[in-house]
Structures are given as C-alpha cells and as structure tokens.
Design a protein around this ligand. Structure first.
Ligand SMILES: *[C@@H]1O[C@H](CO)[C@@H](O)[C@H](O)[C@H]1NC(C)=O
Ligand SMILES: *[C@@H]1O[C@H](CO)[C@@H](O)[C@H](O)[C@H]1NC(C)=O
Ligand SMILES: *[C@@H]1O[C@H](CO)[C@@H](O)[C@H](O)[C@H]1NC(C)=O
Ligand SMILES: *[C@@H]1O[C@H](CO)[C@@H](O)[C@H](O)[C@H]1NC(C)=O
Length: 397
C-alpha cells in the first residue's frame, strides 16, 4: 500500500514536471527565476541573457514567453543572439521598466544597448525602455569628452519581428533601429526624448523590407522616422510626430554604389512643430542610388517649418561633394491631401538634382498656409509637376 502510494505520488510529480517543462503549450520564462531583481539597482543583464537562452533553446512547436514582471530592472548591454535558437516564436512580455545604468559610460560606448540579431519571430509586448540619456545629452551640450551613446533597441538581420505597446524614453542615441530585417511590425509605440537631444531618431529603418509603423507617437530631438539605403515596402500610418525633425528618407547617396529606397507609403500622420514634415534628402555626390514610388497621403502639418522637402543639394560646408550634384534618381513621388500650417513662407521646397532631375512628382490637394496665406513653392530640376489645388510658384521656370 505504502509503496503504491509512493509510486502514485512519483507518477503525479513526474507528470507535473513533464507537462510543465516539456509538454506545456506555452512555456514561460520569468526573468525573476533567472536571477533578475526588480529593485532598480542590481544589474540584470546576465539574468535576461539566461532567460533568453532558455526560451531560445526550447522546443520550437509552441511559442515561448519571456516574462518581465512589474518593477525597475537595471540592464547593461544585452545582445540577444538568435542564430542558434530552436524557437521561432519568442514572446517577450514586459510589464516592467528596463533602465540603462545611471552611469552613461556603461552602455554609451557600444552601438546598441538592447540588441537582437539573427532571429525569426520575436514579439515584444509592452514595457518601457529608459535609456537615461539626459546626463549624456548634458555632457555633449557642455562640449565635454563623452561617449557617442547607444541605440536603445535594435533588431539586426531578423525576420517576422513584432513590437507593440512599447514605450521608449530618453535614449542616448536612436530609440529603435531596424536594420537588415524582413517583415517588421511596430504598433502602438510611444517614444519620447526632449527636443534638444542630438541624434535621437525615433525609428530608424535601413536595408530592410516590409516595415510597418502604425498608431504611434514620437516626440524626439531628431528624425521621427528615418529611412536609409536599401529600404523598401514601408508603411507608416497614424503616427503623430513632434517635436523633432519629421519623417525622412535620407540622407542618401553618400556612396557611389548604393541600394535604393522604394515603395514607401506615409498616410494619415500628424506632424506638429517639427523642423520638417516629409523630407527626401540626398548628398550632392555621385551615386547610383534611387528613391521611387513614394506616396504621402492625408498628412496634417501643424506649424511645421518645412512641410514638404526634397533636398538633393545636401553638402554641409561644401565639403566632399566633387560635382555638387546628386546622382540619386528620384521618381514617382506623390503628395496627396497635405494640409495644415507651415511655420515659414516656403511650404513646399523641391530642389532636385541637376544631374538626375526628379520625375513624376505629383502634388494633389496640397493646401498649406503660412499666416493665413497660401505657402510658396520653390522648385528646381523637377521635370514634371502635376499640380492639384495650389499653383506651384517658380516651379517650371
Ligand atoms: C530572413 O529572411 C531572409 C530572406 O528570406 C533570409 O535570407 C534570412 O536567412 C532570414 N533570417 C532569419 C534570421 O530568419
Ligand atoms: C516569417 O515566418 C513565417 C512563418 O514562420 C515563415 O514562413 C517566413 O519565411 C518568415 N519570413 C521571413 C522573411 O523569414
Ligand atoms: C509595397 O509596400 C506595401 C506595404 O506598404 C506592400 O503591401 C506591397 O506589396 C508593396 N508593393 C510591392 C510591389 O512590393
Ligand atoms: C563630374 O562631372 C563631369 C561632367 O560635368 C563628369 O565627367 C564626371 O564624371 C563627374 N565626376 C563624378 C565623380 O561624377
């Protein structure tokens, strides 16, 4: 009797462990079980790394969840490498705040603070990232010798990434970088750094295809969203930008052989008090890069300094631009239903390349005011303007 009872208990215990650890539909890896402490002091980088290792090694049949409960977790650099992961569906559910250490030097000399690479199918849900960048910003402003700063969150060489409900504040450099990725979905993202923080782009996309950014709010010291060479199939909708430098394609064309940017849609966004609204910017240097099939639609500008900009003459201090002309070919760019207010007289500035004039630029229902007057349009080297409501000034001269 006693023996069979013991056997029963053993079987039950065995089944319990077996089902929890092996058969569980959705195994959960709580960072607290891997040594993390939500006390705002302890460096949890190793614990997060260990939870990642466990989730990554788990059977691929069902999604694995890394769970970060409420509280404040201090993390030095954490680089999550997915190259040996068995699981292609790792969910990181964050209820807490991940904070950089108070000494900015700990992460400030590396390019990325939290970085994921070579991984398929990661979803980050919720959470706040606090880059604690104010002190580094002050160091830079004082002209002292300080580290360059780290991007808060980067995905490199990764596919099928989803980031939703994440807040990123006070990054040292860029907030979120998507580089060399396929199929990345960002939604309900909140980003904020003070206006005066240098190089704090909200979301930077490079060499990536299939990126969507929707229902998000980005207040920062640099570009709201920036796109660099090799970016295609981007969809941005319902994003509020400001303060900051606006939604930008570029700078492109620094190098001769450069991948182009194509098929970008920016729709139903509001830009408030930004330096630019939507901008395409290229270096005045030889390049075989291009920008084509860009569609801007239903954009509201609120007191934006330069609502619509194409600038192919970018060459600070006239240095390193041998021919003072950009080789980047810009074609098929549509501005449809762009309304609101400009903070300067020139609301539309299309300065294309002498060497490669823009083609297929369409303005359709561009209705921008500056002090209750229609804004002026300044153009150069645009071959075709199909004009909607406003009459472009000086455009075809
Ligand atoms: C991502 O997709 C690209 C293109 O299909 C593929 O070459 C690459 O190996 C994938 N990377 C990962 C980490 O799945
Ligand atoms: C995204 O995930 C799906 C399902 O796992 C997979 O078939 C597809 O190849 C992935 N996409 C890329 C670009 O790797
Ligand atoms: C262009 O990008 C959109 C996403 O905005 C995508 O749905 C569409 O398939 C892309 N078009 C081509 C031709 O790749
Ligand atoms: C500069 O322009 C000249 C013609 O104006 C051209 O022959 C030359 O190849 C150009 N140089 C570069 C580096 O593009």
């Amino acid at each position: 009797m006693a023996i069979s009872r013991m056997f029963q208990i053993l079987v039950v215990t065995f089944l319990h462990y077996f089902s929890a650890s092996i058969l569980a539909a959705n195994p959960t890896y709580n960072v607290l079980s891997y040594g993390a402490k939500a006390d705002g002091k302890f460096d949890c980088a190793k614990a997060f790394q260990a939870a990642w290792g466990a989730a990554c090694a788990s059977a691929s049949a069902s999604p694995a969840t890394i769970y970060v409960p409420r509280g404040r977790y201090i993390l030095g650099n954490v680089h999550f490498d997915g190259s040996t992961c068995k699981n292609n569906a790792i969910i990181i559910q964050i209820d807490g705040i991940l904070s950089a250490p108070s000494n900015y030097n700990v992460i400030g000399n590396s390019v990325h603070w939290l970085m994921f690479k070579r991984i398929n199918g990661v979803s980050i849900r919720g959470g706040t990232l606090d880059g604690l960048g104010a002190n580094l910003c002050a160091c830079k402003a004082a002209g002292k010798k300080c580290p360059k700063g780290a991007t808060s969150l980067a995905f490199l060489n990764s596919n099928n990434t989803s980031i939703s409900g994440l807040t990123s504040i006070n990054s040292q450099m860029f907030h979120i970088v998507i580089h060399d990725c396929r199929d990345t979905k960002l939604q309900n993202i909140k980003i904020s750094t003070p206006d005066e923080s240098p190089n704090t782009d909200g979301i930077h996309i490079g060499l990536s295809s299939g990126v969507s950014v929707t229902n998000s709010r980005i207040a920062t010291g640099d570009d709201c969203i920036s796109m660099s060479p090799g970016t295609s199939n981007v969809f941005v909708q319902n994003v509020a930008c400001g303060p900051g430098h606006g939604i930008s394609i570029g700078s492109l064309g620094w190098v001769l052989n450069e991948a182009g940017v194509e098929n970008v849609t920016v729709k139903s966004c509001v830009l408030s008090g930004t330096q630019n609204g939507v901008r395409i910017k290229t270096w005045a240097r030889p390049s075989n890069g291009f920008v084509r099939i860009v569609h801007y639609e239903d954009l509201t500008m609120v007191n934006v300094k330069n609502p619509i900009v194409i600038d192919q003459n970018y060459c600070p201090n006239n240095k390193n631009c041998p021919n003072q002309s950009s080789g980047v070919k810009i074609s098929s760019v549509t501005y449809k239903d762009i309304h609101g207010t400009s903070a300067t007289e020139t609301g539309v500035s299309l300065k294309c390349s002498k060497a490669e004039p823009c083609t297929g630029i369409k303005l359709d229902k561009v209705m921008l005011n500056y002090k209750n007057q229609k804004v002026a349009t300044v153009c150069g080297n645009t071959v075709q303007i199909m004009d909607g409501v406003i009459k472009p000034l000086n455009c075809l001269s």
